[in-house]
Design a protein around this ligand. Structure first.
Ligand code: CA
Ligand code: CA
Ligand code: CA
Length: 444
């Protein structure tokens, strides 16, 4: 799968069955050592960046040769090459088709004044196969208290989009576009986030995550497009702030090193949730991405939400995909449902690996250049769940990632058809999650 593979419906069939050979990044190596200072000064090592625990990433001109040199060094515990994901074709935007939900929606009390919000069928009640966004806001359970930073690690975000500008996170200590790393965090002009795909001459990510493709912009809008601004659509969460991180190229062959750097940046700059609408079927890079998820979950209280993938109902307990098949508790994996209430025909499943389901077929949201469109996939189901998680967290900001995950799983709208296909067989529900937390866990 792949970000993009994950929500690409047609055009993918051909590439799915071709032979795969992962491309190795010749410029970076992961190294695990307890004695980085004792490593000899190899000319091949251009720079070393500390990741976490005893993990480092080394920039080099020849990763293969350096790996050979380091292999017998007693101070080096482990060496891993940095692999690209497989390439796949980009998705196409689907035409919007008026569906059943548009007629039913008109019967409910309007909360949103956004002119295109009626096109988002998932805002409907559980009885209409949605996640009860309308119900939550027509009968507010309490006012959200805090902004919640949500990192969208994806193809970048069009931060100038008319319905997203107000929803963007800004690095408070960075002045944009002055060519200076004002907050000295290692990234120049990282005002909206970072772009790990465009490096400076020291091999560091640059600071402009402008969208290269509409995928990340679509994900961002589902979570956080401005509500009640008489413009466009509405995101699920009222007070989510989108940190944009571009780490997925348009051909979707993201590398583990870029994913790790993105996750660490997000956690260190206050993200509580990371939306991860991408993945790959091969995992030559070992467990560094999983270890990073575990690390930021424990140290920074981050929950990572990942797409189950769209390999036509594949069981990812057996036929794995990454990061969705990782077993860390700090990962919540999402399958996709359609407006009929059933699982989307493309959605992967897995009794152990997939946690719950959420609307992902024909989801209407923001795309580049002030436009709006439908897209389909577990890539869309994931931000639907991330939006619910962000709204819940903004009411209960003290909630930890494991408690948050448990509540989302507990409060799904159960569906017998999903049994044995996921941990909590049902569809995420915002109203139930808010109500359950109010009644059971927290004084408001
Ligand atoms: Ca900076
Ligand atoms: Ca600056
Ligand atoms: Ca709006």
């Amino acid at each position: 799968m792949n970000i993009i593979k994950s929500f690409l419906i047609l055009g993918l069939l051909a590439s799915s069955f071709t032979a795969f050979s992962a491309k190795v990044d010749p410029t970076r190596l992961f190294i695990q050592t307890d004695n980085i200072e004792r490593l000899p000064k190899y000319k091949l090592i251009k720079s070393v960046k500390y990741l976490f625990d005893n993990h480092y990433i080394v920039n080099t001109d020849n990763a293969h040769r350096l790996a050979t040199l380091l292999k017998n060094n007693p101070d080096v515990i482990d060496i891993k090459k940095n692999y690209h994901s497989e390439k796949s074709q980009l998705p196409t935007i689907e035409p919007f088709v008026v569906g059943v939900s548009q007629t039913s929606f008109k019967n409910t009390t309007r909360f949103f004044n956004d002119p295109k919000v009626d096109r988002i069928w998932s805002f409907e009640s559980a009885a209409l196969n949605g996640i009860s966004v309308n119900r939550s806001y027509n009968f507010p359970l309490s006012r959200p208290k805090e902004d919640i930073i949500v990192a969208v690690v994806d193809t970048g975000v069009d931060y100038n989009h008319e319905d997203l500008t107000e929803a963007m996170w800004h690095n408070p200590n960075e002045i944009p576009q002055n060519g200076i790393d004002d907050d000295q965090n290692g990234y120049v002009d990282d005002y909206y986030g970072i772009n790990t795909l465009i490096k400076d001459n020291l091999g560091k990510a640059t600071g402009d995550p402008m969208a290269s493709h509409s995928h990340g912009t679509h994900v961002a809008g589902t979570i956080a497009a401005s509500q009640n601004n008489y413009t466009g659509v509405a995101g699920i969460a009222q007070r989510a702030k989108i940190m944009a991180i571009r780490a997925v190229p348009n051909n979707s062959d993201e590398t583990d090193a870029d994913v790790v750097e993105s996750f660490l940046y997000a956690a260190k700059h206050g993200a509580r949730l990371i939306n991860c609408s991408f993945g790959k079927n091969h995992n030559e890079g070992g467990s560094i991405v999983e270890q990073t998820i575990e690390h930021i979950g424990k140290k920074y209280g981050v929950l990572v939400l990942a797409a189950a993938g769209n390999d036509y109902g594949r069981n990812i307990d057996k036929s794995k995909t990454y990061p969705a098949s990782f077993t860390t508790d700090y990962l919540l994996v999402v399958a996709s449902t359609s407006s009929s209430g059933a699982l989307s025909w493309f959605s992967n499943v897995g009794k152990k690996s997939v946690d719950l389901a959420a609307p992902g077929s024909s989801i209407y949201s923001t795309v580049k250049n002030n436009r709006y469109a439908n897209m389909s996939g577990t890539s869309m189901a994931t931000p639907t769940t991330t939006g619910v998680a962000a709204e819940l967290l903004s009411h209960y900001p003290e909630m930890g990632p494991l408690e948050l995950k448990r509540i989302l799983l507990t409060t799904v709208t159960k569906d017998k058809r999903f049994q044995r296909k996921m941990v909590s067989p049902g569809r995420v529900n915002l109203y139930h999650a808010l109500q359950y937390t109010l009644e059971n866990l927290h004084n408001n």
